[in-house]
Design a protein around this ligand. Structure first.
Ligand SMILES: *[C@@H]1O[C@H](CO)[C@@H](O)[C@H](O)[C@H]1NC(C)=O
Length: 189
């Protein structure tokens, strides 16, 4: 019987094997500077607590366009205070940087470094991310140098960041890849 009830809920389409995909949140933080391409992945949430650190998946600069197609930022992982690591959509290129943590406190806002459209040249869109900690310090990710950091998102008004959603462009074959274009985070009380 103890196994049967979850099994029936699954048949009804409302089971949850991953405790990371549903949590009540207070607000969504966005920035206006994200790239236009790709589709939003599933929102993912810390099962409990808040986000204390992050790591980025970054493709190092590949060199001169015509020979190489740069994508820069490919993924974002958030590290929850309960030790869970969450990610939404992630691109196929690059490797994970080391994790960076607030010296104390939780993450409460972010800013995205985005390279402007380059039309016939090699587009990369998101290159790096900064997060602000609730203790007032900032963390700058170990991403690439294309473009400029845009404005900060709002701050979580209570609590801190507890989830994320990323927008990633699928591989374009012989055409120009940009991979991660935009992100949103969620605040929980
Ligand atoms: C967010 O909080 C920081 C630190 O308290 C403050 O400097 C900044 O102006 C706030 N940002 C917004 C958009 O309110």
């Amino acid at each position: 019987m103890q196994l049967l009830i979850p099994a029936i809920l699954c048949l009804l389409g409302s089971c949850c094997f991953c405790s990371t995909d549903a949590r009540k949140y207070e607000s969504t933080l966005m920035v206006p500077t994200g790239g236009p391409w790709g589709s939003w992945g599933h929102p993912q949430f810390c099962p409990s607590g808040y986000v204390e650190g992050f790591a980025l998946k970054v493709e190092a600069y590949q060199g001169f366009w015509l020979f190489y197609d740069d994508t820069a930022l490919n993924g974002i992982r958030l590290i929850c205070s309960d030790g869970t690591v969450i990610e939404s959509s992630v691109g196929r290129w690059g490797s994970w940087t080391k994790a960076q943590f607030c010296s104390s406190g939780k993450l409460v806002s972010f800013s995205l470094r985005v390279e402007e459209r380059r039309y016939l040249l090699d587009d990369t869109m998101a290159n790096n991310v900064r997060f602000a900690c609730s203790d007032g310090t900032n963390l700058e990710g170990l991403g690439n140098l294309g473009g400029h950091f845009g404005p900060w998102s709002s701050n979580c008004t209570s609590g801190a960041i507890c989830g994320l959603q990323t927008k990633v462009q699928d591989p374009q074959g012989i055409w120009d890849d940009t991979s991660l274009n935009d992100m949103r985070v969620f605040c929980c009380k």
